[in-house]
Design a protein around this ligand. Structure first.
Ligand SMILES: C[S@@+](CC[C@H](N)C(=O)[O-])C[C@H]1O[C@@H](n2cnc3c(N)ncnc32)[C@H](O)[C@@H]1O
Length: 267
Protein backbone atom coordinates (compact mmCIF):
# COMPACT_ATOMS: atom_id res chain seq x y z
CA UNK A 1 0.00 0.00 0.00
CA UNK A 2 1.40 3.42 -0.89
CA UNK A 3 2.07 6.22 1.60
CA UNK A 4 -1.10 8.26 2.32
CA UNK A 5 -1.42 11.82 1.02
CA UNK A 6 -0.84 13.63 4.30
CA UNK A 7 -1.91 17.26 4.43
CA UNK A 8 1.15 19.51 4.18
CA UNK A 9 1.60 21.49 7.42
CA UNK A 10 0.37 25.06 7.01
CA UNK A 11 2.14 28.07 8.39
CA UNK A 12 -0.40 30.40 10.01
CA UNK A 13 1.02 33.81 10.81
CA UNK A 14 -1.99 35.53 12.32
CA UNK A 15 -4.10 34.20 15.14
CA UNK A 16 -6.95 36.30 13.73
CA UNK A 17 -7.28 33.69 10.98
CA UNK A 18 -7.95 31.02 13.62
CA UNK A 19 -10.91 29.69 15.57
CA UNK A 20 -10.24 27.63 18.70
CA UNK A 21 -12.66 24.97 19.90
CA UNK A 22 -10.38 24.14 22.84
CA UNK A 23 -8.88 26.50 25.38
CA UNK A 24 -5.17 25.86 24.96
CA UNK A 25 -1.89 27.05 26.33
CA UNK A 26 0.14 27.62 23.17
CA UNK A 27 3.94 27.76 23.53
CA UNK A 28 5.37 31.25 22.95
CA UNK A 29 1.88 32.64 22.63
CA UNK A 30 -0.09 32.03 25.82
CA UNK A 31 -3.63 30.89 26.49
CA UNK A 32 -6.22 31.05 23.71
CA UNK A 33 -9.85 30.83 24.77
CA UNK A 34 -11.98 28.11 23.20
CA UNK A 35 -15.38 26.64 23.97
CA UNK A 36 -14.16 23.59 25.91
CA UNK A 37 -11.40 23.64 28.49
CA UNK A 38 -10.07 20.09 28.93
CA UNK A 39 -6.76 21.20 30.47
CA UNK A 40 -5.63 18.94 33.29
CA UNK A 41 -8.50 16.49 32.66
CA UNK A 42 -7.26 14.91 29.43
CA UNK A 43 -6.55 11.51 31.02
CA UNK A 44 -10.13 11.33 32.30
CA UNK A 45 -11.43 12.38 28.89
CA UNK A 46 -9.42 9.51 27.37
CA UNK A 47 -10.83 6.93 29.80
CA UNK A 48 -7.47 6.54 31.61
CA UNK A 49 -6.05 4.58 28.67
CA UNK A 50 -2.26 4.68 28.40
CA UNK A 51 -1.25 5.92 24.96
CA UNK A 52 2.50 5.65 25.59
CA UNK A 53 4.20 4.21 22.51
CA UNK A 54 0.86 3.76 20.72
CA UNK A 55 -0.15 4.82 17.23
CA UNK A 56 -3.39 6.73 17.71
CA UNK A 57 -6.02 7.87 15.22
CA UNK A 58 -7.84 10.89 16.60
CA UNK A 59 -11.16 11.42 14.85
CA UNK A 60 -12.45 15.01 14.92
CA UNK A 61 -9.32 16.66 16.28
CA UNK A 62 -10.78 20.21 16.04
CA UNK A 63 -8.12 22.55 17.51
CA UNK A 64 -5.96 19.56 18.41
CA UNK A 65 -5.75 19.95 22.18
CA UNK A 66 -6.07 16.18 22.71
CA UNK A 67 -3.76 15.44 19.80
CA UNK A 68 -0.93 17.50 21.30
CA UNK A 69 -1.68 16.20 24.81
CA UNK A 70 -1.45 12.57 23.59
CA UNK A 71 1.82 13.31 21.80
CA UNK A 72 3.22 14.72 25.04
CA UNK A 73 2.12 11.50 26.76
CA UNK A 74 4.21 9.52 24.23
CA UNK A 75 1.81 8.66 21.40
CA UNK A 76 2.25 9.00 17.65
CA UNK A 77 -0.94 10.67 16.48
CA UNK A 78 -2.77 10.92 13.18
CA UNK A 79 -5.35 13.71 13.41
CA UNK A 80 -8.42 13.44 11.20
CA UNK A 81 -11.12 16.05 10.63
CA UNK A 82 -13.34 17.80 8.15
CA UNK A 83 -12.00 20.56 5.93
CA UNK A 84 -14.12 23.03 3.96
CA UNK A 85 -14.17 20.45 1.13
CA UNK A 86 -16.47 18.14 3.10
CA UNK A 87 -19.89 18.67 4.63
CA UNK A 88 -21.06 18.45 8.22
CA UNK A 89 -24.08 16.09 8.66
CA UNK A 90 -26.80 18.75 8.79
CA UNK A 91 -30.39 17.86 9.76
CA UNK A 92 -32.27 18.59 6.51
CA UNK A 93 -35.44 20.28 7.87
CA UNK A 94 -37.88 20.52 4.96
CA UNK A 95 -38.18 23.99 3.49
CA UNK A 96 -35.11 25.47 5.18
CA UNK A 97 -32.50 27.07 2.96
CA UNK A 98 -29.10 25.99 4.23
CA UNK A 99 -26.92 27.71 1.68
CA UNK A 100 -25.74 30.48 4.02
CA UNK A 101 -25.42 28.12 6.98
CA UNK A 102 -23.25 25.72 4.96
CA UNK A 103 -21.06 28.59 3.77
CA UNK A 104 -20.61 29.87 7.36
CA UNK A 105 -19.84 26.35 8.57
CA UNK A 106 -17.16 25.96 5.90
CA UNK A 107 -15.58 29.27 6.93
CA UNK A 108 -15.64 28.14 10.58
CA UNK A 109 -13.97 24.83 9.65
CA UNK A 110 -11.30 26.67 7.65
CA UNK A 111 -10.50 28.77 10.74
CA UNK A 112 -10.66 25.65 12.95
CA UNK A 113 -8.13 23.91 10.68
CA UNK A 114 -5.95 27.06 10.85
CA UNK A 115 -6.12 27.04 14.66
CA UNK A 116 -4.91 23.44 14.63
CA UNK A 117 -1.95 24.33 12.37
CA UNK A 118 -1.11 27.39 14.47
CA UNK A 119 -0.88 25.20 17.60
CA UNK A 120 0.79 22.36 15.66
CA UNK A 121 3.64 24.70 14.66
CA UNK A 122 3.98 26.27 18.09
CA UNK A 123 4.02 22.86 19.82
CA UNK A 124 6.57 21.46 17.35
CA UNK A 125 4.05 18.67 16.75
CA UNK A 126 4.89 15.72 14.52
CA UNK A 127 1.25 14.66 14.18
CA UNK A 128 0.16 13.81 10.65
CA UNK A 129 -3.14 15.13 9.35
CA UNK A 130 -5.76 13.93 6.89
CA UNK A 131 -9.06 15.59 6.02
CA UNK A 132 -12.23 13.73 5.13
CA UNK A 133 -15.49 12.53 6.56
CA UNK A 134 -15.63 9.88 9.22
CA UNK A 135 -17.49 7.60 6.77
CA UNK A 136 -14.60 7.70 4.35
CA UNK A 137 -11.43 6.84 6.29
CA UNK A 138 -8.58 6.07 3.88
CA UNK A 139 -7.49 2.46 4.40
CA UNK A 140 -3.80 3.24 3.83
CA UNK A 141 -3.46 5.39 6.99
CA UNK A 142 -3.57 2.40 9.29
CA UNK A 143 -3.15 0.19 11.17
CA UNK A 144 -3.66 1.95 14.50
CA UNK A 145 -3.38 0.67 18.07
CA UNK A 146 -5.98 3.09 19.41
CA UNK A 147 -8.69 5.28 17.98
CA UNK A 148 -10.40 8.14 19.82
CA UNK A 149 -13.80 9.68 19.06
CA UNK A 150 -14.36 12.62 21.42
CA UNK A 151 -17.74 14.37 21.24
CA UNK A 152 -18.32 13.52 17.61
CA UNK A 153 -20.85 10.66 17.45
CA UNK A 154 -23.67 12.95 18.64
CA UNK A 155 -23.09 15.08 15.52
CA UNK A 156 -23.28 12.21 13.02
CA UNK A 157 -26.35 11.00 11.17
CA UNK A 158 -25.02 7.43 11.31
CA UNK A 159 -22.89 6.89 14.42
CA UNK A 160 -22.79 3.10 14.00
CA UNK A 161 -21.51 3.29 10.42
CA UNK A 162 -18.92 5.84 11.57
CA UNK A 163 -17.67 3.47 14.28
CA UNK A 164 -17.65 0.55 11.87
CA UNK A 165 -15.56 2.46 9.31
CA UNK A 166 -13.20 4.01 11.86
CA UNK A 167 -12.48 0.82 13.81
CA UNK A 168 -11.77 -1.37 10.77
CA UNK A 169 -8.05 -0.64 11.09
CA UNK A 170 -7.76 -0.54 14.91
CA UNK A 171 -5.88 -3.38 16.65
CA UNK A 172 -6.34 -2.67 20.36
CA UNK A 173 -8.77 -0.10 21.75
CA UNK A 174 -11.43 2.43 20.88
CA UNK A 175 -12.12 5.39 23.16
CA UNK A 176 -15.51 7.10 22.85
CA UNK A 177 -16.28 10.17 24.93
CA UNK A 178 -19.65 11.88 24.83
CA UNK A 179 -22.15 13.88 26.83
CA UNK A 180 -24.09 11.89 29.40
CA UNK A 181 -27.81 11.89 28.50
CA UNK A 182 -29.99 13.77 30.95
CA UNK A 183 -33.01 11.83 32.22
CA UNK A 184 -35.96 12.40 29.96
CA UNK A 185 -38.66 12.43 32.66
CA UNK A 186 -41.60 10.29 33.64
CA UNK A 187 -43.26 9.95 30.23
CA UNK A 188 -40.44 7.71 29.04
CA UNK A 189 -40.62 5.62 32.23
CA UNK A 190 -44.40 5.16 31.74
CA UNK A 191 -43.84 4.13 28.11
CA UNK A 192 -41.17 1.61 29.10
CA UNK A 193 -43.56 0.12 31.66
CA UNK A 194 -46.32 -0.07 29.05
CA UNK A 195 -44.19 -2.05 26.62
CA UNK A 196 -42.60 -4.17 29.38
CA UNK A 197 -39.13 -2.77 28.75
CA UNK A 198 -36.69 -4.95 30.68
CA UNK A 199 -33.35 -3.18 30.47
CA UNK A 200 -31.87 -1.00 33.18
CA UNK A 201 -32.89 2.66 32.81
CA UNK A 202 -30.76 4.49 30.27
CA UNK A 203 -28.76 1.32 29.54
CA UNK A 204 -29.38 1.27 25.79
CA UNK A 205 -31.05 4.57 25.07
CA UNK A 206 -30.63 6.67 21.99
CA UNK A 207 -32.57 9.92 21.88
CA UNK A 208 -33.22 11.57 18.54
CA UNK A 209 -32.79 15.28 19.26
CA UNK A 210 -33.96 17.10 16.08
CA UNK A 211 -37.43 18.61 16.44
CA UNK A 212 -39.50 19.38 13.35
CA UNK A 213 -41.59 22.11 15.04
CA UNK A 214 -38.57 24.07 16.27
CA UNK A 215 -36.33 23.21 13.27
CA UNK A 216 -33.56 22.73 15.83
CA UNK A 217 -30.99 21.49 16.54
CA UNK A 218 -29.50 21.35 13.06
CA UNK A 219 -26.00 19.99 13.73
CA UNK A 220 -26.65 17.52 16.55
CA UNK A 221 -28.57 14.30 16.07
CA UNK A 222 -28.35 12.06 19.11
CA UNK A 223 -28.01 11.75 22.81
CA UNK A 224 -26.31 8.37 23.17
CA UNK A 225 -26.08 6.43 26.42
CA UNK A 226 -22.84 4.69 27.42
CA UNK A 227 -24.75 1.39 27.21
CA UNK A 228 -25.50 1.79 23.55
CA UNK A 229 -21.91 2.76 22.74
CA UNK A 230 -20.74 -0.35 24.64
CA UNK A 231 -23.14 -2.49 22.58
CA UNK A 232 -21.91 -0.93 19.30
CA UNK A 233 -18.30 -1.61 20.26
CA UNK A 234 -18.98 -5.19 21.31
CA UNK A 235 -20.74 -5.85 17.99
CA UNK A 236 -17.59 -4.58 16.26
CA UNK A 237 -15.32 -6.94 18.23
CA UNK A 238 -14.22 -4.74 21.14
CA UNK A 239 -15.43 -7.13 23.82
CA UNK A 240 -13.81 -5.79 26.95
CA UNK A 241 -15.64 -2.64 28.00
CA UNK A 242 -15.01 -0.08 30.71
CA UNK A 243 -17.14 3.00 31.35
CA UNK A 244 -15.96 6.00 33.36
CA UNK A 245 -17.67 9.28 34.20
CA UNK A 246 -16.15 12.74 34.50
CA UNK A 247 -16.98 16.42 34.40
CA UNK A 248 -15.63 18.78 31.78
CA UNK A 249 -16.00 22.48 31.42
CA UNK A 250 -17.61 24.39 28.55
CA UNK A 251 -17.71 28.17 28.71
CA UNK A 252 -17.46 28.08 32.49
CA UNK A 253 -20.24 25.48 32.95
CA UNK A 254 -19.64 21.92 34.08
CA UNK A 255 -20.97 19.08 31.90
CA UNK A 256 -21.32 15.42 32.84
CA UNK A 257 -19.53 13.21 30.36
CA UNK A 258 -18.72 9.54 30.00
CA UNK A 259 -15.96 7.62 28.30
CA UNK A 260 -16.49 4.09 26.99
CA UNK A 261 -13.33 2.14 26.21
CA UNK A 262 -13.66 -1.03 24.15
CA UNK A 263 -10.70 -3.39 23.93
CA UNK A 264 -10.26 -6.26 21.53
CA UNK A 265 -9.75 -9.65 23.14
CA UNK A 266 -11.52 -12.60 24.66
CA UNK A 267 -14.52 -11.99 26.92
C1 LIG B 1 -17.49 18.70 18.99
S1 LIG B 1 -15.93 18.63 18.19
C2 LIG B 1 -14.97 17.57 19.26
C3 LIG B 1 -13.49 17.88 19.25
C4 LIG B 1 -12.58 16.89 20.01
N1 LIG B 1 -12.65 15.56 19.44
C5 LIG B 1 -12.91 16.82 21.46
O1 LIG B 1 -13.39 15.79 21.93
O2 LIG B 1 -12.69 17.81 22.19
C6 LIG B 1 -16.35 17.57 16.83
C7 LIG B 1 -15.25 17.46 15.78
O3 LIG B 1 -15.67 16.47 14.83
C8 LIG B 1 -15.53 16.97 13.51
N2 LIG B 1 -16.57 16.36 12.65
C9 LIG B 1 -17.91 16.63 12.65
N3 LIG B 1 -18.54 15.89 11.72
C10 LIG B 1 -17.58 15.13 11.11
C11 LIG B 1 -17.59 14.18 10.06
N4 LIG B 1 -18.75 13.85 9.44
N5 LIG B 1 -16.44 13.60 9.70
C12 LIG B 1 -15.26 13.93 10.32
N6 LIG B 1 -15.18 14.84 11.33
C13 LIG B 1 -16.32 15.43 11.71
C14 LIG B 1 -15.69 18.47 13.64
O4 LIG B 1 -15.09 19.18 12.57
C15 LIG B 1 -15.01 18.74 14.99
O5 LIG B 1 -13.64 18.95 14.85
Amino acid sequence: MHEPDWIQPRRIDSIDDCYFYHTMDIPNHGVVQGEWDLRGRETLYLGNVSVVGKRVLEIGTASGHLCFAMEKMGATVVAYDLSPDQDWDIVPYFGLDYEQHIQERKERIHKLNNGFWFAHGANGSRARVRYGTVYDIPGNMGPFDICTLGSILLHLRDPFLALQRVTANVRESVIVTDLLPVRRGKALDRFKKLIGFQQKPEAHSIYFLPNADRCAPNETWWSLSPGVIAEFLQILGFNRITVTYHQQSMQGQKYQMYTVVGRRGML
